[in-house]
Every structure is written in C-alpha cells, then in structure tokens.
Design a protein around this ligand. Structure first.
Ligand code: CTP
Length: 429
C-alpha cells in the first residue's frame, strides 16, 4: 500500500524512524514528508535511507512531478507522527504553507494523526479545539500517551510507541480496504471515493444512545437534577452518524441535535426508560451515557409548593419546611442487560463517573460497577480533582467484561473519546 509518513518538528520524530521501518518491513511503499522543523531533529538522509526513496521536503523541488498534489492524491493512507500543536493548527485551518499541509489537503484516504507535545500545549483550549475539528472531519487522532516527556516533565503528551501506531495504521488500511468490497462504491484506486478514516465503519448498524441528566419534578416549577451536560452523549451520537450508523438519541439535554440523528426528548428517568426500552429490540448497540437519577420525589405536587404552606390564602404563616420523600428509579442499564438474557445482541455500553476514595481507585470502582451492571463495556469517567461537569474534554478508561485490559483515553476532546468508544464497540460487534 502507498503510505505517506508525515513528520512534524518535535523530538518524537526519532520514534517515527522505527514506525517507518515497521511499515517498510511489512511491504508498504512509504513516502516520507518531513516538515522543515522536523529536519532539525532527523535529517533527510535518514528518511531517505530508511524508506529507500527520495524524500520530498518542500513544494518547490521537482516541480514537474507536482509533488504537492500527487503525493496526497495517490496515497492509500497518510499518517502524521508526531503531529505537533503547530501542525494540528495548520491542518485544522486548512493551510497549505508547506508540502505536508498540501498533502493533507489533497488526500482522500484515511488520515491518522498522532499528536506529541508538552502537556500544557496538548491541554490548551486551542489545541483541543483543533483536535475536535480534525476528528469531526474524520481524521483518526491517536491520543498521546502519558509519561516522561523531554526534560523533567511528565504527563499526557508522549507519542505512543511505534508498534502501537503501526497497529493503528494496519487497522485503518484494512478498514479502508473493506469499504471497497463488492457493493461498496469503489474509487479509481480501488478505494471508496472520499474515504476518510473510520467513515462508514458503522454503516448498517442501529444504535441507541441516552444522554444528559434526568430531571425529576417536584412541582410545576421545581425538579431534582444533576450536573450532566449531555455533551459526551451528543458527541457519541455525532460520531456514530458520521461513521454511518442510524442513530436514535434519547436526550434530556438542551444541546442541539447532531446532523442526521433522530432525537427523542425526555425529561425523567421513567420517560428515558420507556424510550430506550422501546427502541432496544431493534438496536445493535445501546450506549447509556445519560446520568439517570437514582431517586425521584414520591409525589408530584400539581400546584407550586408555597413557602408558607397554609391551608388558606389568608391563613397563618407556617414556618416549617416540607420533607421530600424519595423513591427509587429503575436501573435502566441493569434492566437492559436482564432483558437481553443469554443473547449477544445488542451490545450494551454503560458509563460511570468515579472519583476513587479510601475503599479503592477509580479503576477499582469501575471494575466493581462493570461486574454489578453486567454490560459489555464500561466507560469510566474520571471526575473530581478539579474536573468539573460540562467541560469539552475528558479522561476515560474503557473496561471490557471478562478482560483485565484497560484502554486509557485523554484528556482529549469528547469527540476523540466518542471515536475511541465506537472503536471498542466495533471490536465487540
Ligand atoms: N444508570 C441507569 N439507571 C439508573 C442509574 C444509572 O441506567 N437509575 C446507568 C447510567 O446511564 C450509566 C450507569 O448506569 O450508564 C452507571 O451509572 P451510575 O450512576 O454510575 O451507577 P449507579 O448504579 O447509580 O452507581 P452509584 O451508586 O455509583 O451512583
């Protein structure tokens, strides 16, 4: 396969040499496109010797070959490793100020980007917004690993190991190949036209997603609620629709409906349960991202509860406060798992917001919840430690039933987390 290895100017460029070796040893025809800054870290001679090919470094050489257009057009996959904050910004805004950004604009194949930078740069709102934009356009962004960075810093920002990146590249190539199987629209190079990373890999799948925090009414003006914004559930719906699924979003959030997604608005846990269970029989996947209230007021007051709850309008002031009695709401997720019984479909995904405490870590609580709920995949969201609700990025750990393996994602935009969840679901389908 024709693979373009873009290398941006970061110290992790040295790891791209190993990635290049893995790709060429697997028989791929690799064209390396380093940026001018990347050449400060690893020189042209190294790239050329390892790829066995001429290395193009700028748009002004070999003009007759029109490299700024041809390299991207002919590629089966473009992988950028490392992708620096600057490269992500230039790619997100569609700039074409060097050969690599020209390649990215002309490529119609899957694009994989592996960001690597210092933690502050990765966590900066500008970088996170650029990553979100690129993900929404179908770029497969591999979240950076956590660990030792250049100098004395540690934190998220490390380029994942070359073997890991190589596995992502092979998976993406296999998927893109799948899109050109009989019945799928094949392009001139045997690829789906306009195929971008992950596009279409959920086509034919029906997914149901619940999102937002439920509101349990006390009277016509008051409710018991929680701080869930619904952003992660909406990002999951947007990603599933982009990847070709037919999506039903059962949402109590006021966020707008993502394009191409059918929305059932709900308010209470009981309404959410009714909508999700009605759609469950037809679903291939159900994702319970909603923060369902565990309790609701036992009684609903049809009229506003007055501060002075006296029997008559002109009666004496009652200084006491009413006591609100609560009753348990159904556990929707556990009910779905029970109803599925011994069947394998639908795949059921739960969410858990955990802080960790004296009795165990975030992961200990996540594993216990996975066992209790019996779902196939649990997305454990790290909250607390200054992490508040409603943010645009999050840190999650994906736990699978019957496996000790953990996939760590983030801190990353919710769109990146959403794609990581769908990647894990695809492995289970
Ligand atoms: N959930 C549900 N119905 C409920 C409560 C939760 O379906 N009544 C689902 C959520 O949508 C989520 C998962 O269960 O996917 C875990 O939610 P969480 O509130 O963490 O679980 P609880 O069982 O309520 O555990 P905890 O005591 O930690 O709140």
């Amino acid at each position: 396969m024709k693979v373009v290895l873009g290398v941006a100017g970061g110290i992790a460029a040295y790891k791209a040499c190993t990635l290049l070796r893995l790709l060429t040893e697997a028989g791929h025809d690799v064209t390396v496109v380093p940026t001018a800054a990347a050449l400060h870290f690893v020189g042209e001679a190294t790239w050329s010797a390892l790829s066995g090919k001429k290395v193009h470094t700028d748009v002004w050489s070999d003009i007759t070959e029109v490299p700024h257009v041809r390299i991207g057009q002919e590629a089966d996959l473009v992988v950028v490793a490392p992708a620096t904050a600057d490269l992500l910004a230039r790619a997100a805004t569609g700039q074409a100020d060097d050969l690599l950004t020209n390649v990215l604009l002309t490529a119609r194949c899957p694009v994989v980007m592996a960001p690597a930078m210092h933690t502050e740069m990765w966590e900066h709102a500008a970088t996170q917004a650029n990553v979100a934009t690129l993900t929404e356009r179908g770029v497969h962004v591999v979240p950076p690993a956590s660990g030792r960075l250049t100098g004395r810093d540690t934190g998220p920002g490390r380029l994942p190991e070359p073997e890991e990146l190589y596995a992502v590249v092979e998976r993406e190539l296999a998927r893109a190949g799948g899109a050109s199987r009989p019945g799928a629209p094949a392009g001139p190079a045997g690829r789906a036209p306009d195929a971008t990373s992950r596009r279409g890999d959920l086509s034919g799948r029906r997914v149901v997603i619940s999102a937002g925090g439920t509101r349990e009414p006390l009277d016509p003006v008051r409710f018991l609620g929680n701080r869930s914004s619904g952003k992660q559930g909406h990002a999951l719906a947007e990603a599933a629709a982009r990847r070709g699924a037919s999506v039903l979003l059962v949402s109590s959030s006021s966020l707008p409906a993502p394009a191409g997604v059918e929305v059932v608005p709900v308010e209470t846990a009981l309404e959410l349960e009714a909508a999700v269970t009605a759609a469950a029989a037809e679903a291939d996947v159900i994702v319970m991202a909603a923060a369902v209230a565990d309790f609701r007021p036992a009684a609903y007051a049809r009229h506003k509860i007055k501060k002075s709850h006296s029997a008559a309008l002109d009666g004496p002031e009652d200084e006491s406060a009413p006591v609100v009695e609560l009753v348990r709401n159904p556990d929707v997720l556990a009910g779905l798992v029970r109803a599925r019984g011994a069947a394998t479909s639908p795949v059921i995904v739960g969410f858990a917001a955990e802080t960790g405490d004296d009795t165990g870590s975030v992961l200990d609580h996540g594993r216990a919840k996975l066992a209790r709920k019996g779902c196939d995949l649990l997305v454990v969201n790290e909250v607390g430690n200054g992490v508040t609700f409603g943010q645009d990025s999050s840190t999650v750990h994906l736990l699978r039933r019957g496996s000790d393996a953990v996939t760590d994602v983030g801190p990353a935009p919710k769109s990146v987390v959403a794609d990581a969840v769908w990647d894990a679901v695809l492995d289970l389908l």
